[in-house]
Design a protein. Structure first.
Length: 200
């Protein structure tokens, strides 16, 4: 079994991986996300995931598999990351309610033993509820939407306001398990390399 490292501070990604039976070590990349650009949101999240995974992999010895991820919501052709403030989260929700957006998540796995990496994006359409002004105010008042991509969660306090998704639910949380499995396969590894299934 390899050392499995999640290059992300996201508690939702960590919880998703733990619920799926693996226990990654968390090392935050410290990458300057604003310095990375791309032509489309789908390309941008993959580039960010690669930058995070590579930055952490470069600090580690051989024998580690490093997973980097990044998520953004695309609405009207615009990439929406973390709002950062209640005011911006409120404005985003007033724009998103009753509509649909595409949640893009980039994934990159780096094998520190070989230096090889494999990357892929995943896209899930998210249908937002037609939330009232009072509901938006209440949700934004919790502080949760300020710190998450697209100003919402599906697995937390924002779940009340997501009517449904088309695609991988876990991708909306921030990490697509099937994509990670496929990327490990590209690098010649099975799920056993990251500790799946868990020992009873």
């Amino acid at each position: 079994m390899s050392r499995f490292v999640l290059a992300s501070a996201s508690p939702a990604r960590l919880a998703t991986l733990r619920a799926a039976g693996v226990e990654p070590e968390v090392i935050v990349s410290g990458v300057d996300e604003d310095a990375i650009t791309a032509g489309t949101t789908a390309e941008l999240v993959v580039r960010l995931a690669e930058a995070k995974a590579v930055a952490v992999a470069e600090r580690l010895p051989a024998g580690a598999l490093v997973l980097g991820c990044d998520s953004m919501l695309e609405l009207d052709g615009r990439a929406l990351g973390k709002p950062g403030t209640v005011e911006l989260a409120r404005a985003r929700w007033q724009e998103m309610r009753g509509r649909s957006g595409v949640l893009h998540t980039g994934h990159c796995v780096v094998d520190t033993s070989t230096g090889r990496r494999a990357s892929s994006g995943a896209d899930t359409t998210v249908h937002f509820a037609d939330a009232t002004d009072a509901e938006i105010e209440a949700y934004c008042g919790t502080g949760e939407p300020t710190a998450v991509a697209g100003a919402f969660t599906i697995d937390g306090l924002g779940g009340w306001f997501v009517d449904g998704v088309d695609g991988d639910h876990h991708n909306v949380v921030g990490v697509s398990l099937p994509v990670v499995r496929r990327l490990l396969g590209v690098l010649g590894h099975g799920l056993d390399a990251i500790g799946y299934p868990p020992r009873q």
